[in-house]
Every structure is written in structure tokens, then in C-alpha cells.
Design a protein around this ligand. Structure first.
Ligand SMILES: [Zn+2]
Length: 620
């Protein structure tokens, strides 16, 4: 999972661009659909958006004056459990890495931030209010509410006035969509797989502050020789480390499986017949109709259920295609035949291990016929073993018929690969206007979703969806302003908003306009107003490098680019000229921890920034 080699990779260059254009064309409306959960197990968290607690968002500004302070006392309730203590520690880290102020429980400080839990605000919601003189109270409806309240408080505070200056935002905020997940793909030697695990853990905590409440990971069975392969064991340890940090601050764990995946050693006798036009398929994928095929898949799935039982996954994904699928006579059409047979068995098996866990059935890369057919099947008899459907809008564009069986629908937005090769190779990829348009068309039909990410370069896009799920009518522009104020400085909001707009319009690499020079100037001018901590943070470096790279590419005419291929004709790099670009791409590689990434690998090549020719050398 998902989108492994995907529709793009392993293809030639024009394939990538074509798909990107298709994605651009098909931002189509899919109407306002109401959903009622008509079958299966009903519980609060499976309610659709329209049935969920309505988000409340009441904002006001504090009259209390707070000036910059050098120390902050954090006060926890006497009965604070480990989750609240971890959330408090996250607040301490965030403040101390942004300014010189000290934060601790036992300080005699001019400012006290008091954490409290008071049910009644609304599930996962929070309230920020003034307490007695010199005290600000962050009150969560529950532990998660406190986490999100701290996030809001951090984002509306300042770090550049000689210490910590408490924000003046006061009010109540409750999320509207119940499922606000993020999928971090840990593969291809991308950041999530290659960075020191502590960096990934911090990143998960940072994302949670924006409102995410579930973390999804996947175990790429196909690259291991078996469950006991030492590489697989190490890999599972890493997944545990990442999921554990999410759970430590109160988030839910989620993991997914291909309905017919296999290890690299899957027996030839049970291998699948390739499906055409359904994304990646590995030769190790398994046919459940062959003798022993179903048992092989279920046995492997059971071992993983046992392995991850300790993180109590709240959601269990079952995925049809890309990779996956079998086109043999007995399995086809996979999406509505072999896949559903297999998915039912996997769902029933997982409920034995984790009765509280919810099954999410994917329909990724279903054909239009399969999509119509599953709608028909589920409207006659919604299966007991499904709790949610993951219907990306690639489905909706063909037949806007809502969610099969009326199950609550989750999205799987693509925020990470659009139109670039390599994906994060030119720095930050903010696309707020694009995702605003996409969201406007879909927001009412969803109970939430899990955006799909390959790296930290799409950070701004992740934040967009975290806040869209929280408050569906909040504008992308407003979210962006809050991001800029927090990560860069409240004093650069207008200039960086303008710069991001330019970067978005110049997103396509062969259509960069003269405005790239203005964006670079805006970035330079803004940097002077920022603290040293903000200037050195990776979130600034990837944005500043992006502006620099765009300007350099624009200024060198004709564009100095060519594609490098290996002896088998496979893409291995995009090549530019110039020292400035060379340094920029090198710095990005360091930020992404791309040292181990292999240009000759058909998948990993998408993770590497372009190469640069220096001087007159003909080859890099
Ligand atoms: Zn088959």
C-alpha cells in the first residue's frame, strides 16, 4: 500500500505527467450526499459526518495582556495519566525548540499554562480561557482535546520577542469529522523509512497538534523473504516505534493489508494472474482461488495481527489494487469477486484478534464497472464485516453514486506526488488552492480520511487536510496563514502567503514563470524578520530552497534539464546545471535523509532530488 509502484512509477516520464493532467482535469463535483449507515455494526465512530457531533468553533480574543516571558509553568491535574503527561512534554519541547523560554512544572514563573479535562465540550474538542491572573487554561473534553488545544495555543503564540508570548486566541473548538488520519508510507528509503526514528516520532507529534487522530502505516510484505527475515523484523520494530509515539499522545493506530499480498518467497503454485490497468502488481501476489492461496494469505495476516495486537489498531484496511489483484477466471473481476471473498475472511479474522477494531474496505483503482457493481451488491445487502469504505474521488468521477451500501466514506487524498519527478525533489510542495477546490467538492460526503504521504516536503498539504477534517468550512488561506505565523513568524504572513501562491502557480516544472523571482525576493525579505530557530528549521529550509530552485530554473534558458536513463532505458535522474542548484539539491537530500536511496531502484528514484552537472563535464 498503497500506490506502490503506482500508476506513475515504473512508467516512462510522460506517464507521470499524463496522470498529473488527468488529476487536474478531474476535480469534479460529486454532489451532496447523505449517508445512513444501514448495515453492519453501528457505533458512534461509524456515524457519517452529518450525524456526527457538529463542530463548534467560537473564537474570541483575550483581554488579558501577556508579554514575552523567559519561563512558563505548566500545571497538570493531580490525576494526570501518562497520555496527558506526554502531551504536556510535547508542549515543553515545542516552546523550547522555538525560543529560549524554559517550561517546567516546578518553575516560579510569571505565566502559568494550566491543563485540564472537562467533559461536555464535545468529543475531542477544547476550550482556551483566561484563568486567574497570569494563568491561561487549556481545557480538553478528553485527553485528545487537550492535545489539540495545546496545538491551537502554540500556533497563536509568539516566539520572537525575547521569550514566549502567549497567544490571545480564546474560545471553543470541536472537530466535525470523526476520522482524521494520516498515512505515512514507510518505504523506498523515503524520510519515514530512512530518517532516525526519533525525527519521525517528533514529526508524528507535530502533525497531531493540527488535529489528526489516527496514524496509518503499512508493512510491505513483498520485499521480505518471510515473517522472520531479519529485515522484516527490523522493519516491524520501526513501525512499532512510530505507532507507539502516536499512541503515547492518545492517537489511534491503524494498519492495512493487501487482500492478496505475498512475501518474496510465495510459492509459484499460488501466484496471481496480473490485472491490467489497476496500478502496481507484484509477481509475488497470491491467487486465493488456487489451492492453498487463501490459507497462505490468512496465515500471514494472522501473524501480523498478533504482532500489532499491542498497539490495538482502531482501523484495519483491506486493499484491492496497487499492489494486488488477480485476474484468473475464478477471481475476476477482482474488485467485486476474489477481493470481496478474501476481504471478508480477513475482516472476520481480524475481529477475532481485535474485536474493537473497525474494518475499512478500499476501492482504490476499481474500474467503473466494478464501482457500479459493488454499489449494486452493497445496496441489496450491506455486508456485516465492513465499517467504512475508502472511496477516493477517482471512483466518484466515473459514477457519482455515493458510498456503496451507505457506509461512512473516507477519502485517500493524494497530497504527495502531483506532477513532479522526483516527488519532493525541488523542496516544499504547497498546493493550498488545489486542495481547497478538491475539498469543496467532497467535504460533505466524507466522515474523514487518510491523506497519503511520501515525505515531509508535503507538510503544508497535510496541515490543510488535518484542518479541513476538523472544520470543513475553514478556508485553505486561513489555515495557511496560521501555519506561516507559527512556523515562520506572525510578521511574514502576508509576504509568505503571496510567495506560496506563486510557488503553487509555478508548480509544473516546465512552466515556471518570471514570478519565481518575486517569490524568491519575498522569501529573502521575510527571513530577516524571523528568529534564528525558525530560519534553521527544516520547514523553512524546504520552502526557501524551493523558491531558490524555481528562480534558478527560470533564469537558465533554455531549461538546462535532461533526463538520465540507465542501460535498460529506465529513468534514473533529472539533470540540471549550476552550482546554486547543486547546493540546493544536496541540502534537500540531507534533510530527507536520502543517503541510502538508490537511483537504480525503480521506486526509490522518485525520492531523490535531481542531479546537477558542474562545469563542462558531460556526465555527472
Ligand atoms: Zn485468482
Amino acid at each position: 500500500m498503497f500506490i506502490n509502484k503506482m500508476i506513475f512509477s515504473a512508467k516512462h516520464n510522460s506517464g507521470f505527467l499524463c496522470t498529473a493532467i488527468i488529476l487536474l482535469i478531474f476535480i469534479t463535483g460529486c454532489g451532496n450526499r447523505s449517508q445512513s449507515h444501514s448495515g453492519g455494526s453501528k457505533s458512534k465512530d461509524t456515524l457519517s459526518a452529518s450525524q456526527a457531533v457538529q463542530g463548534i468553533n467560537i473564537e474570541k480574543v483575550s483581554k488579558a495582556k501577556f508579554t514575552a516571558v523567559g519561563s512558563v509553568r505548566i500545571a497538570l491535574p493531580k490525576d494526570a495519566g501518562p497520555v496527558l503527561k506526554n502531551i504536556s512534554a510535547l508542549f515543553v519541547r515545542q516552546v523550547q525548540q522555538r525560543c529560549k523560554a524554559k517550561v517546567a512544572e516546578d518553575l516560579d514563573a510569571a505565566l502559568t499554562v494550566e491543563l485540564a479535562i472537562e467533559p461536555g465540550i464535545g468529543a475531542e474538542g477544547f476550550r482556551i480561557e483566561d484563568g486567574k491572573a497570569g494563568t491561561i487554561r487549556i481545557i480538553g473534553n478528553d485527553e485528545r482535546g487537550t492535545l489539540y488545544g495545546i496545538g491551537k495555543f502554540l500556533r497563536t503564540s509568539r516566539y520572537d520577542q525575547g521569550g514566549f508570548t502567549a497567544g490571545t486566541w480564546r474560545g471553543t473548538s470541536v472537530p466535525e469529522k470523526p476520522v482524521r488520519g494520516i498515512y505515512l508510507a514507510t518505504h523506498f528509503h523515503n524520510f519515514y523509512e530512512s530518517a532516525p526514528v526519533a525525527e519521525v516520532q517528533q514529526y508524528v507529534e507535530d502533525l497531531a497538534l493540527w488535529g489528526y487522530n489516527a496514524l496509518l502505516v503499512w508493512y510491505p510484505m513483498n520485499i521480505f523473504s518471510g515473517f522472520d527475515d531479519p529485515v522484516a523484523v527490523e522493519y516491524r520494530d520501526r513501525l512499532h516505534a512510530i505507532l507507539n509515539v502516536a499512541r503515547a499522545i492518545g492517537l489511534d493506530a491503524a494498519y492495512g493489508e493487501i487482500a492478496n499480498g505475498g512475501y518474496s518467497t510465495s510459492p509459484d503454485s499460488i501466484r496471481a494472474v496480473k490485472c491490467i490497468n489497476h496500478g502496481a502488481q507484484f509477481e509475488v501476489d497470491v491467487c486465493p482461488s488456487k489451492p492453498g492461496g487463501t490459507e497462505y494469505v490468512l496465515k500471514n495476516a494472522a501473524k501480523l495481527l498478533q504482532e500489532f495486537a499491542d498497539v490495538k489498531p482502531k482501523y484495519y484496511f483491506i486493499w484491492p489494487y496497487d499492489n494486488g489483484g488477480c485476474n484468473c477466471e475464478k477471481c475476476q473481476p477482482w474488485g467485486t469477486n476474489g477481493f470481496l471473498r478474501m476481504a471478508r475472511l480477513m475482516a472476520e479474522q481480524q475481529r477475532k484478534f481485535n474485536p474493537e477494531s473497525r474494518t475499512i474496505l478500499g476501492t482504490w483503482l476499481f474500474s467503473p464497472t466494478e464501482w457500479l457493481e459493488i454499489n449494486k451488491m452493497f445496496s441489496v445487502q450491506p455486508p456485516e464485516w465492513v465499517d467504512y469504505m475508502m472511496n477516493e474521488w477517482l471512483n466518484d468521477r466515473t459514477t457519482p453514486v455515493g458510498s456503496p451500501g451507505g457506509f461512512p466514506a473516507l477519502s485517500f487524498p493524494e497530497i504527495t506526488m502531483l506532477a513532479w519527478q522526483p516527488w519532493g525533489g525541488y523542496g516544499a510542495t504547497p498546493l493550498p488552492e488545489r486542495y481547497q477546490a478538491e475539498w469543496r467538492n467532497r467535504s460533505r460526503s466524507l466522515s474523514g480520511g487518510f491523506p497519503y504521504s511520501e515525505g515531509i516536503y508535503d507538510d503544508i498539504n497535510k496541515v490543510m487536510f488535518a484542518q479541513f477534517y476538523w472544520q470543513p468550512d475553514r478556508s485553505a488561506a486561513d489555515i495557511l496563514k496560521e501555519y506561516i505565523s507559527f512556523e515562520y513568524s506572525p510578521d511574514v504572513v502576508d509576504d509568505i502567503t503571496r510567495a506560496v501562491g506563486i510557488l503553487e502557480r509555478n508548480h509544473k516544472r516546465d512552466e515556471i514563470q518570471r514570478s519565481a523571482e518575486e517569490a524568491f525576493l519575498l522569501i529573502q525579505k521575510s527571513e530577516e524578520k524571523m528568529t534564528l530557530q525558525a530560519q534553521l528549521a527544516w520547514r523553512w529550509r524546504i520552502l526557501a530552497l524551493r523558491a531558490l530552485i524555481d528562480q534558478e530554473i527560470f533564469r537558465t534558458t533554455p531549461p538546462p534539464v535532461f533526463k538520465q536513463v540507465n542501460s535498460r532505458g529506465r529513468y534514473t535522474a533529472t539533470i540540471y546545471r549550476g552550482e546554486a542548484l547543486s547546493q540546493a539539491f544536496t541540502e534537500l537530500s540531507v534533510i530527507y535523509h536520502a543517503e541510502k536511496t538508490d537511483r537504480e531502484d525503480v521506486n526509490e528514484v522518485w525520492m531523490l532530488p535531481p542531479k546537477v552537472l558542474i562545469g563542462n563535464r558531460k556526465t555527472p
